[in-house]
Design a protein around this ligand. Structure first.
Ligand code: FBP
Length: 306
Protein backbone atom coordinates (compact mmCIF):
# COMPACT_ATOMS: atom_id res chain seq x y z
CA UNK A 1 0.00 0.00 0.00
CA UNK A 2 1.27 3.48 -0.86
CA UNK A 3 1.84 5.89 1.99
CA UNK A 4 -0.09 9.15 1.70
CA UNK A 5 2.85 11.16 0.33
CA UNK A 6 3.53 8.60 -2.39
CA UNK A 7 -0.19 8.40 -3.15
CA UNK A 8 -0.35 12.19 -3.64
CA UNK A 9 2.79 12.12 -5.81
CA UNK A 10 1.14 9.46 -7.97
CA UNK A 11 -1.58 12.00 -8.90
CA UNK A 12 0.96 14.00 -10.92
CA UNK A 13 1.24 11.74 -13.92
CA UNK A 14 3.32 13.81 -16.33
CA UNK A 15 5.93 15.41 -14.12
CA UNK A 16 9.59 14.59 -14.20
CA UNK A 17 11.52 13.60 -11.07
CA UNK A 18 12.73 17.13 -10.31
CA UNK A 19 9.16 18.33 -9.75
CA UNK A 20 8.28 15.24 -7.73
CA UNK A 21 11.41 15.65 -5.61
CA UNK A 22 10.40 19.20 -4.68
CA UNK A 23 6.80 18.17 -3.88
CA UNK A 24 8.30 15.36 -1.81
CA UNK A 25 10.61 17.84 -0.03
CA UNK A 26 7.67 20.06 0.96
CA UNK A 27 5.58 17.08 2.10
CA UNK A 28 8.44 15.72 4.19
CA UNK A 29 9.35 18.95 5.97
CA UNK A 30 8.17 20.28 9.32
CA UNK A 31 5.73 18.96 11.86
CA UNK A 32 3.36 17.60 9.20
CA UNK A 33 6.08 15.63 7.42
CA UNK A 34 4.75 12.40 5.92
CA UNK A 35 1.07 13.22 6.41
CA UNK A 36 0.40 14.79 2.99
CA UNK A 37 -0.90 17.89 4.82
CA UNK A 38 0.51 21.39 4.55
CA UNK A 39 0.91 24.50 6.65
CA UNK A 40 2.76 27.16 4.65
CA UNK A 41 3.82 30.64 5.79
CA UNK A 42 3.21 33.28 3.07
CA UNK A 43 4.67 36.75 3.54
CA UNK A 44 3.89 38.82 0.46
CA UNK A 45 1.57 41.19 2.34
CA UNK A 46 4.28 43.90 2.57
CA UNK A 47 3.96 44.19 -1.22
CA UNK A 48 0.23 43.46 -1.45
CA UNK A 49 -1.04 45.59 1.46
CA UNK A 50 1.91 47.80 2.46
CA UNK A 51 4.43 47.63 5.34
CA UNK A 52 2.46 49.24 8.17
CA UNK A 53 -0.71 47.21 7.53
CA UNK A 54 1.43 44.11 7.44
CA UNK A 55 4.16 44.52 10.05
CA UNK A 56 3.28 47.29 12.53
CA UNK A 57 1.34 44.88 14.80
CA UNK A 58 4.50 42.83 15.37
CA UNK A 59 7.43 44.96 14.31
CA UNK A 60 10.17 42.28 14.15
CA UNK A 61 8.30 41.23 11.00
CA UNK A 62 9.72 44.22 9.12
CA UNK A 63 12.97 42.22 8.99
CA UNK A 64 13.29 39.43 6.40
CA UNK A 65 15.05 36.85 8.62
CA UNK A 66 12.15 36.96 11.06
CA UNK A 67 9.89 35.05 8.65
CA UNK A 68 12.43 32.34 7.79
CA UNK A 69 12.92 31.83 11.55
CA UNK A 70 9.17 31.76 12.19
CA UNK A 71 8.54 29.20 9.45
CA UNK A 72 11.34 27.03 10.87
CA UNK A 73 10.35 27.40 14.52
CA UNK A 74 6.74 26.62 13.70
CA UNK A 75 7.63 23.53 11.64
CA UNK A 76 5.97 24.77 8.44
CA UNK A 77 6.24 22.82 5.19
CA UNK A 78 7.43 25.89 3.27
CA UNK A 79 7.85 29.65 3.28
CA UNK A 80 6.50 31.73 0.35
CA UNK A 81 7.52 35.30 -0.45
CA UNK A 82 8.37 37.71 -3.28
CA UNK A 83 11.89 38.06 -4.67
CA UNK A 84 13.19 40.70 -2.23
CA UNK A 85 12.34 38.87 0.99
CA UNK A 86 13.76 35.59 -0.32
CA UNK A 87 16.96 37.19 -1.60
CA UNK A 88 17.44 38.79 1.82
CA UNK A 89 17.77 35.40 3.56
CA UNK A 90 18.28 32.71 0.94
CA UNK A 91 21.98 32.17 1.69
CA UNK A 92 21.65 32.04 5.48
CA UNK A 93 18.72 29.60 5.31
CA UNK A 94 19.83 27.61 2.23
CA UNK A 95 18.39 24.10 2.36
CA UNK A 96 16.79 24.58 5.79
CA UNK A 97 13.23 25.06 4.59
CA UNK A 98 11.56 24.79 1.18
CA UNK A 99 11.05 28.23 -0.36
CA UNK A 100 8.30 29.26 -2.79
CA UNK A 101 9.14 32.30 -4.92
CA UNK A 102 6.01 34.37 -5.65
CA UNK A 103 6.54 35.31 -9.28
CA UNK A 104 3.91 38.01 -9.53
CA UNK A 105 2.68 40.67 -7.15
CA UNK A 106 0.13 43.44 -6.95
CA UNK A 107 0.21 46.56 -4.76
CA UNK A 108 -2.76 48.40 -3.20
CA UNK A 109 -1.78 51.89 -4.35
CA UNK A 110 -3.75 52.32 -7.56
CA UNK A 111 -7.05 50.69 -6.66
CA UNK A 112 -9.45 50.03 -9.52
CA UNK A 113 -11.81 47.20 -10.16
CA UNK A 114 -9.59 44.97 -12.25
CA UNK A 115 -6.31 44.01 -10.59
CA UNK A 116 -3.42 42.73 -12.67
CA UNK A 117 -0.23 41.76 -10.83
CA UNK A 118 3.19 42.48 -12.32
CA UNK A 119 5.60 39.63 -12.99
CA UNK A 120 8.30 40.31 -10.39
CA UNK A 121 10.62 37.32 -10.63
CA UNK A 122 11.72 34.55 -12.96
CA UNK A 123 12.31 30.81 -13.03
CA UNK A 124 16.03 31.57 -13.07
CA UNK A 125 15.60 33.53 -9.82
CA UNK A 126 13.78 30.58 -8.25
CA UNK A 127 16.56 28.18 -9.28
CA UNK A 128 19.30 30.59 -8.16
CA UNK A 129 17.67 30.91 -4.74
CA UNK A 130 17.28 27.14 -4.34
CA UNK A 131 13.49 27.30 -4.25
CA UNK A 132 11.24 24.25 -4.05
CA UNK A 133 8.44 25.83 -6.13
CA UNK A 134 7.15 28.95 -7.81
CA UNK A 135 3.97 30.79 -6.84
CA UNK A 136 1.67 32.80 -9.10
CA UNK A 137 -1.58 34.68 -8.49
CA UNK A 138 -4.49 34.70 -10.90
CA UNK A 139 -7.61 36.82 -10.47
CA UNK A 140 -10.49 35.06 -12.26
CA UNK A 141 -13.16 37.76 -12.66
CA UNK A 142 -10.74 40.54 -13.62
CA UNK A 143 -10.86 41.88 -17.20
CA UNK A 144 -7.14 41.01 -17.30
CA UNK A 145 -7.63 37.38 -16.31
CA UNK A 146 -6.65 36.01 -19.72
CA UNK A 147 -3.30 37.82 -19.59
CA UNK A 148 -2.65 36.25 -16.18
CA UNK A 149 -3.62 32.80 -17.49
CA UNK A 150 -1.25 33.21 -20.44
CA UNK A 151 1.61 34.48 -18.27
CA UNK A 152 1.10 31.50 -15.99
CA UNK A 153 1.04 29.10 -18.93
CA UNK A 154 4.47 30.28 -20.04
CA UNK A 155 6.01 30.32 -16.56
CA UNK A 156 4.52 26.93 -15.66
CA UNK A 157 5.95 25.37 -18.79
CA UNK A 158 9.41 26.69 -17.90
CA UNK A 159 9.05 25.80 -14.22
CA UNK A 160 8.08 22.21 -14.97
CA UNK A 161 10.93 21.85 -17.46
CA UNK A 162 13.28 22.94 -14.66
CA UNK A 163 11.87 20.71 -11.93
CA UNK A 164 9.84 23.34 -10.08
CA UNK A 165 6.26 22.69 -8.94
CA UNK A 166 3.68 25.44 -9.55
CA UNK A 167 1.59 26.88 -6.72
CA UNK A 168 -1.36 28.99 -7.90
CA UNK A 169 -3.08 31.54 -5.69
CA UNK A 170 -6.53 31.55 -7.37
CA UNK A 171 -8.33 34.59 -6.03
CA UNK A 172 -11.52 35.57 -7.85
CA UNK A 173 -11.94 39.35 -8.01
CA UNK A 174 -12.66 42.06 -10.56
CA UNK A 175 -15.62 43.65 -12.26
CA UNK A 176 -17.08 40.29 -13.28
CA UNK A 177 -17.93 39.55 -9.65
CA UNK A 178 -19.79 41.05 -6.70
CA UNK A 179 -17.89 41.46 -3.41
CA UNK A 180 -19.73 38.48 -1.89
CA UNK A 181 -19.06 36.60 -5.13
CA UNK A 182 -15.29 36.65 -4.51
CA UNK A 183 -15.69 33.92 -1.91
CA UNK A 184 -18.95 32.36 -3.18
CA UNK A 185 -18.85 28.57 -3.25
CA UNK A 186 -19.57 28.29 -6.98
CA UNK A 187 -16.89 30.88 -7.82
CA UNK A 188 -14.33 29.39 -5.45
CA UNK A 189 -14.83 25.90 -6.89
CA UNK A 190 -14.61 27.37 -10.40
CA UNK A 191 -11.39 29.23 -9.51
CA UNK A 192 -9.87 26.00 -8.18
CA UNK A 193 -10.87 24.17 -11.37
CA UNK A 194 -9.28 26.91 -13.53
CA UNK A 195 -6.02 26.65 -11.57
CA UNK A 196 -6.04 22.86 -11.94
CA UNK A 197 -6.67 23.15 -15.70
CA UNK A 198 -3.80 25.64 -15.95
CA UNK A 199 -1.54 22.90 -14.63
CA UNK A 200 -1.12 23.90 -10.97
CA UNK A 201 0.39 21.30 -8.65
CA UNK A 202 -0.85 23.15 -5.56
CA UNK A 203 -3.96 25.32 -5.59
CA UNK A 204 -4.62 27.98 -3.03
CA UNK A 205 -8.09 29.47 -2.55
CA UNK A 206 -9.94 31.36 0.16
CA UNK A 207 -12.36 29.44 2.40
CA UNK A 208 -15.71 29.60 0.56
CA UNK A 209 -19.03 30.90 1.90
CA UNK A 210 -22.46 29.37 1.21
CA UNK A 211 -23.35 32.23 -1.17
CA UNK A 212 -23.84 31.29 -4.84
CA UNK A 213 -22.90 34.04 -7.30
CA UNK A 214 -23.96 32.79 -10.70
CA UNK A 215 -27.60 32.05 -11.58
CA UNK A 216 -26.68 29.24 -13.98
CA UNK A 217 -24.62 27.57 -11.25
CA UNK A 218 -27.32 28.13 -8.62
CA UNK A 219 -29.80 26.05 -10.62
CA UNK A 220 -27.39 23.09 -10.66
CA UNK A 221 -26.44 23.38 -6.98
CA UNK A 222 -30.18 23.26 -6.22
CA UNK A 223 -31.25 20.57 -8.67
CA UNK A 224 -28.32 18.29 -7.76
CA UNK A 225 -28.65 19.12 -4.07
CA UNK A 226 -24.92 19.82 -3.70
CA UNK A 227 -24.39 20.18 0.06
CA UNK A 228 -22.85 23.54 0.92
CA UNK A 229 -24.30 24.36 4.34
CA UNK A 230 -21.14 23.76 6.38
CA UNK A 231 -17.55 24.82 5.73
CA UNK A 232 -16.52 21.14 5.66
CA UNK A 233 -19.08 20.44 2.89
CA UNK A 234 -17.90 23.45 0.91
CA UNK A 235 -14.25 22.48 1.25
CA UNK A 236 -15.14 18.97 0.12
CA UNK A 237 -16.82 20.44 -2.95
CA UNK A 238 -13.77 22.60 -3.77
CA UNK A 239 -11.46 19.60 -3.38
CA UNK A 240 -13.76 17.56 -5.63
CA UNK A 241 -13.74 20.41 -8.15
CA UNK A 242 -9.94 20.14 -8.26
CA UNK A 243 -9.81 16.90 -10.27
CA UNK A 244 -11.73 14.82 -7.75
CA UNK A 245 -9.13 15.24 -5.01
CA UNK A 246 -6.14 14.57 -7.26
CA UNK A 247 -4.66 18.04 -6.80
CA UNK A 248 -3.36 19.55 -3.56
CA UNK A 249 -5.77 22.30 -2.46
CA UNK A 250 -4.91 24.57 0.46
CA UNK A 251 -6.85 27.42 2.02
CA UNK A 252 -5.73 30.90 3.05
CA UNK A 253 -5.94 32.28 6.55
CA UNK A 254 -7.31 35.79 5.91
CA UNK A 255 -7.15 38.86 8.11
CA UNK A 256 -5.87 38.58 11.68
CA UNK A 257 -8.55 37.20 13.99
CA UNK A 258 -8.95 35.47 17.35
CA UNK A 259 -7.39 32.06 17.97
CA UNK A 260 -10.73 30.28 18.47
CA UNK A 261 -12.06 31.62 15.20
CA UNK A 262 -8.92 30.58 13.32
CA UNK A 263 -8.97 27.06 14.78
CA UNK A 264 -12.68 26.59 14.14
CA UNK A 265 -12.14 27.46 10.49
CA UNK A 266 -9.17 25.07 10.25
CA UNK A 267 -11.32 22.30 11.74
CA UNK A 268 -13.89 22.85 8.97
CA UNK A 269 -11.17 22.77 6.30
CA UNK A 270 -9.61 19.62 7.78
CA UNK A 271 -12.98 17.86 8.13
CA UNK A 272 -13.75 18.66 4.49
CA UNK A 273 -10.56 16.99 3.27
CA UNK A 274 -8.58 20.17 2.63
CA UNK A 275 -4.87 19.48 2.21
CA UNK A 276 -3.87 22.30 4.51
CA UNK A 277 -3.53 26.02 5.06
CA UNK A 278 -1.40 28.94 4.06
CA UNK A 279 -1.51 31.30 6.98
CA UNK A 280 0.17 34.70 6.82
CA UNK A 281 -1.28 37.55 8.85
CA UNK A 282 -2.65 35.31 11.59
CA UNK A 283 0.89 34.04 12.08
CA UNK A 284 3.37 36.89 11.62
CA UNK A 285 1.13 39.57 13.16
CA UNK A 286 1.22 37.67 16.47
CA UNK A 287 4.36 37.76 18.62
CA UNK A 288 6.61 34.84 17.76
CA UNK A 289 5.80 32.49 20.69
CA UNK A 290 2.05 33.02 20.11
CA UNK A 291 2.44 32.52 16.37
CA UNK A 292 4.34 29.27 16.88
CA UNK A 293 1.68 28.09 19.34
CA UNK A 294 -1.11 28.86 16.87
CA UNK A 295 0.65 27.20 13.94
CA UNK A 296 1.31 24.11 16.05
CA UNK A 297 -2.38 24.00 17.03
CA UNK A 298 -3.34 24.24 13.35
CA UNK A 299 -0.92 21.43 12.47
CA UNK A 300 -2.32 19.29 15.29
CA UNK A 301 -5.80 19.61 13.78
CA UNK A 302 -4.55 18.47 10.36
CA UNK A 303 -2.58 15.66 11.95
CA UNK A 304 -5.67 14.26 13.67
CA UNK A 305 -7.74 14.03 10.50
CA UNK A 306 -7.32 10.88 8.46
P1 FBP B 1 -3.16 35.67 4.77
O1 FBP B 1 -3.18 34.44 5.61
O2 FBP B 1 -2.50 36.82 5.43
O3 FBP B 1 -4.52 35.97 4.19
O4 FBP B 1 -2.18 35.30 3.56
C1 FBP B 1 -2.59 34.56 2.47
C2 FBP B 1 -2.55 35.42 1.23
O5 FBP B 1 -2.82 34.66 0.08
C3 FBP B 1 -1.24 36.13 1.00
O6 FBP B 1 -0.32 35.38 0.27
C4 FBP B 1 -1.70 37.35 0.30
O7 FBP B 1 -0.86 38.44 0.46
C5 FBP B 1 -2.98 37.63 0.97
O8 FBP B 1 -3.54 36.41 1.32
C6 FBP B 1 -3.92 38.38 0.05
O9 FBP B 1 -4.98 38.80 0.80
P2 FBP B 1 -6.06 39.73 0.13
O10 FBP B 1 -6.58 38.97 -1.02
O11 FBP B 1 -7.05 39.89 1.22
O12 FBP B 1 -5.36 40.98 -0.27
Amino acid sequence: MLNRVDEILSFYESDHPGVLKNLHWMMNTGRLAGTGKFVILPVDQGFEHGPARSFAKNSPGYGPHYHFDLALAAGCNAYAAPLGFLEAGARKYAGKIPLILKLNNSDSLLGGKNPKPAVTGSIKDALRLGCAAIGFTIYPGSTFRNEMYMELRELAEEAKANGLPVVVWSYPRGEGLSKAGETAIDVCAYAAQIAAQLGAHIIKVKPPTDFIEQDAAKKVYESEKIPIATLAQRVQHVVQSSFGGRRIVIFSGGEAKGTDEVLQEIKGIADGGGFGSIVGRNAFQRQQPDAVKLLHAIQDIYRQVK
